[in-house]
Each structure stands twice: as structure tokens, then as C-alpha cells.
Write a protein that binds this ligand. Structure first.
Ligand code: BGC
Length: 445
């Protein structure tokens, strides 16, 4: 890997780190915010979920902004949103100001979740694109883990303002870093700045044959006439959108954020004695999430996207089925805690090398350059809507159906995911972005 490309990917991946940190940090902070601002249950729930509403709004517009203003400027803007939102939240004098700050953070997450993988995917040479976009997911998991650690460390003093405020540190690094990063070569060609685009291609490849081939494909891909949302009326683009949206929703409805947001609650349901033990167990799960993403970084460009998806989602199914059986079988109740911890480690570990990174990777690969921003925006927006729905209704589902049936539903959705991948998802390993085809049909250029 050329160090220069890795550096570009690492700076952009800070958008992922902030995504993970800012979605994770609230779970610990809310305990103290609730007390300080005397919030009831409903107000607390809203303080938690307002960030997801911001994500939906941010993701909805980010693609258009990235197609108009460029990938670099959009990511820079996301950094400014993260910074502003963190400061406003940390200094909030009442719940209304806090809600405003958290909404701005949410919009920042929405923006970065579209444009960070998009930027990385467009600068990356085809042979290592999978690893570099997986770096973005790795950064998300580091952010989530950092949030747990910060919450844990600051809990004794109830320092929720610091918990929320510490997000400014990576935000400053992201903004400062992006000031020095180049525009994506593909976007430069789209703007008609071929000379500059060629220079950037040369800097990422250092091999003139590859550059030439890539330049030809990019220029050819820009011949598409229709560029706005109406382009998706074309059957093959519609299919690409179906695949992008489908993957984005399946990533959420197979239940990942019940574990990420409600892990300690699940451990308590499984009989863990103290809140402290539950939080410790959650930190173990967070570490597994982080470490197992490395498997994707190493293997996704070697074995390909689809094999990792089959293995990973298969493993998630086994773990969820085990949870469903364990919660339904009363004579297992003594060992429920151990089964829950084991299953959740297996579940998260399998997600971490499959649906986690590969969904972001694929949705950054499916759409042709003229409509890539919009295609990613719609897919990412669906991901956040799925996230919102699952996290809003998880506790209600557990209350009305019981834990066993709830996990059984997620397990069944893993089977749907495997069938969906088999039927519709293209293998994009080592393909030039411009050569990706969906369900055997070339996307029109
Ligand atoms: C998902 C998030 C999830 C995270 C967990 C991401 O790929 O989009 O919703 O919280 O992975 O690592």
C-alpha cells in the first residue's frame, strides 16, 4: 500500500471515528444529563434519538452537496459541524440547547457517513479499495470503544459535559487534515479539471499504465447524459439503488445496534448481577467489534466481498439463534449470562468483518460517477432510518414479544440477507469503480 493513499484514507476515516464516538457516547452521558436537567423518560429518549434524526437529515442532503461542492469540501464541512455541535452540547445551559447541539452533531454524522466512504473509495486504487474503506469501519468501532472508555472513566464525577465535549478533538484533526487533502481525482474529472485529476491519479498510483486505463474509464463513465435523481428511472440504475438501499437496511434490521446501544441492558436481562459487570461485558464486546474489523481489512480484497458476507452473516445467524434458544429455555437460565456473552461476542465479531465494513464499501462502489453522491445519499439515508426504527422499537419488542422471539426475528433476517446477497450483490473485488456491474447488467454510463 502506498503510504500517501493510506494517509488520505486515515484522515477521511476520522469522519468514521466521530460517527462512532458521537453515537456511542450518549449512552453513558444520559444518566447524568437526565439528573442535571430533571428529564423524564420520554425527554431522555428524545435526547438520545435526536442525533439519529440529524443523521437522517444530513445523509439526505450530503450526496447532492458532495456532487456540487466536491468530496473534500463536504467532508471539511462535516468536520465543522462535529466541532460546533460538540461545543454547543458541552456548554448547553438547558435541554433545548443540548438538543440543538446534538442535532448539529447528527447532521455532521449524516454528512460524513455519505462522504467519507465515498471519498476513500474514489481515491483508492482498485486492488486495495476494500481494505481502505474497511479502515473507515475500523475507525467507527474505535470511536464506539473510545466512547465507552470515556464514559466509564468520567462516570465517577458525572462529567457529561466532558463526555460530549471531547468530540472536538478528532473534529479539529479532521478539519485540519482535510485542509491539506486533495480533491478526489474522479470528482476533478467530473468538474472537467482533467489536468489536476491526472496529477492526483499519478500520486495515488505511481504507475502510468494503470493511470491511463483508469483515466479512460473515468472519462467514459462521465458520458452519461442524465445526472440528477431522474437518472434512477433507468432499469439498471434502479437495480443498483435497490441493492444499495437493501444492503443498508439489512445492515440495521439484523440487529447490530441493539447490541451497540443496549448491550448492558441485554446483559442485565441475561442475569448479570451488577451494572458494572454489564458495562465491562459491553467493553469486551466493543473490543471484539474493533479487532475483528481487521479481518476484513486483510481479507476483503483477497477473498472478495461476497464470501466474507456469507461467513459473517452465517455466524451472526448462529449467534442470534443461540440467544433465541437460550432465552426460551428455562433450565438454561443459570448459564444464560455466559451464553449471552459468548453469543454476543460471536455476533459482533462476525458483523465486524462482514456487514459492518462491506455494506459501506459496496454502497460506495455500486453507482456510476455522475450519480454516485445521490445514490450513496439515498442508501445511507435508508441505513439511518433502519437504525432509528430498530433502536426505537427494540425495548418495546422485547416487552411485547419477549427476548427470545425478538432475537429469532433478527436471526431470520440474517437468512434474508444471505439470500439477498446471493441474488443481487455483485462481486466487486479488484474491479475498477467504473467497471462494476449490478446483477450481471452494466450500469449505463
Ligand atoms: C453501522 C452502525 C453500527 C456500527 C457498529 C456500522 O457499520 O452502520 O450502525 O453502530 O457499524 O460497529
Amino acid at each position: 500500500m502506498r503510504p500517501y493513499v493510506v494517509l488520505l484514507a486515515c484522515v477521511a476515516a476520522l469522519g468514521g471515528l466521530l460517527f462512532g464516538y458521537d453515537t456511542g457516547v450518549i449512552s453513558g452521558a444520559i444518566l447524568f444529563i437526565g439528573k442535571d436537567f430533571a428529564l423524564g423518560t420520554r425527554a431522555q429518549e428524545f435526547t438520545i434519538s435526536v442525533v439519529l434524526l440529524g443523521c437522517i437529515a444530513g445523509a439526505a442532503v450530503a450526496g447532492r452537496v458532495a456532487d456540487a461542492a466536491g468530496r473534500r469540501a463536504t467532508l471539511l464541512f462535516a468536520g465543522v459541524l462535529f466541532f460546533t455541535g460538540a461545543i454547543v452540547s458541552a456548554l448547553a445551559s438547558d435541554d433545548a440547547v443540548l438538543l440543538a447541539g446534538r442535532s448539529v452533531v447528527g447532521i455532521g454524522i449524516g454528512f460524513s457517513s455519505v462522504v467519507a466512504p465515498l471519498y476513500i473509495s474514489e481515491v483508492a486504487p482498485a486492488a486495495i479499495r476494500g481494505a481502505l474503506v474497511s479502515l473507515y469501519q475500523f475507525a467507527i468501532t474505535i470511536g464506539i470503544l473510545a466512547a465507552y472508555v470515556v464514559d466509564y472513566a468520567l462516570a465517577a464525577g458525572g462529567a457529561w459535559r466532558w463526555m460530549l465535549g471531547l468530540g472536538v478533538v478528532p473534529a479539529v484533526v479532521l478539519v485540519a487534515g482535510m485542509l491539506f487533502m486533495p480533491e478526489s481525482p474522479r470528482f476533478l474529472f467530473k468538474l472537467g479539471r482533467a489536468e489536476r485529476g491526472r496529477i492526483e491519479l499519478a500520486r495515488v498510483h505511481g504507475d502510468s499504465n494503470v493511470e491511463l486505463e483508469e483515466e479512460r474509464s473515468i472519462v467514459a463513465s462521465l458520458a452519461a447524459r442524465s445526472t440528477g435523481i431522474r437518472a434512477f428511472a433507468a432499469p439498471s440504475l434502479r437495480l443498483a439503488l435497490f441493492v444499495g438501499v437493501g444492503l443498508a437496511i439489512l445492515q440495521q434490521v439484523t440487529g447490530i445496534n441493539t447490541v451497540i446501544y443496549y448491550g448492558p441492558r441485554i446483559f442485565e436481562m441475561a442475569g448479570f448481577g451488577s451494572a458494572q459487570h454489564s458495562i465491562l461485558a459491553e467493553s469486551i464486546v466493543g473490543s471484539v467489534n474493533c479487532l475483528m474489523t481487521l479481518v476484513a481489512i486483510v481479507w476483503v480484497d483477497r477473498v472478495g466481498r461476497k464470501p466474507l458476507l456469507y461467513w459473517g452473516v452465517g455466524g451472526m445467524f448462529v449467534a442470534l439463534a443461540a440467544l433465541a434458544v437460550a432465552f426460551a429455555t428455562s433450565h438454561l437460565s443459570g448459564s444464560l449470562g455466559a451464553i449471552a456473552l459468548g453469543s454476543m461476542m460471536l455476533y459482533v465479531g462476525c458483523f465486524a468483518f462482514s456487514l459492518g465494513p462491506i455494506v459501506w464499501l459496496l454502497i460506495s462502489e455500486l453507482f456510476p460517477l455522475p450519480v454516485r453522491g445521490i445514490g450513496m445519499s439515498i442508501s445511507t439515508l435508508s441505513n439511518w432510518v433502519g437504525n432509528f426504527v430498530v433502536s426505537q422499537f427494540f425495548l418495546t419488542m422485547v416487552e411485547s414479544l419477549g427476548a427470545s422471539k425478538t432475537f429469532a426475528i433478527y436471526a431470520a433476517l440474517c437468512i434474508v440477507t444471505i439470500a439477498f446477497v446471493r441474488a443481487f450483490v455483485p462481486e466487486t473485488k479488484r474491479e475498477l469503480l467504473e467497471n462494476v456491474t449490478v446483477a450481471g447488467r452494466a450500469v449505463p454510463r
